[in-house]
Write a new protein. Structure first.
Length: 114
């Protein structure tokens, strides 16, 4: 199925070469900074969530695997659900104080946003 991914090749001109292989340029992720060098902002968000509150951790610089591992640790310690994508961790509920304290105890430079 991955060999016939036509959506990623929409702008490619047809080639008559039978040995032509289309290759995408892979985006390189930034190396994960040390916890002391990360500047994380912990804030609350209610927009487009039907009035529900979520805690957002923004400003993570690094690989998506490290972001997912940090999110899993925070979700486990807080006992709630959440997600990690696009350099942002979303934790369900208003847990700004607890998340900030946990991040600081792990060595991150975390501040409470709002």
């Amino acid at each position: 199925m991955a060999d016939n991914d036509w959506k990623s090749r929409l702008g490619v001109v047809y080639s008559t070469n039978p040995d032509f292989k289309y290759e995408q340029a892979a985006e390189e992720e930034a190396e994960t900074l040390a916890p002391g060098k990360q500047r994380l902002i912990v804030r609350i968000d209610r927009r487009q969530r039907a009035g529900k509150q979520v805690t957002l951790v923004e400003g993570f610089v690094g690989k998506s695997e490290d972001l997912a591992a940090l999110a899993k640790t925070l979700k486990t310690k807080c006992g709630v659900g959440g997600t990690a994508k696009d350099g942002e961790i979303t934790i369900q509920g208003d847990l700004r104080e607890k998340v900030t304290a946990l991040l600081q105890s792990m060595g991150y430079n975390a501040k409470r946003g709002n």
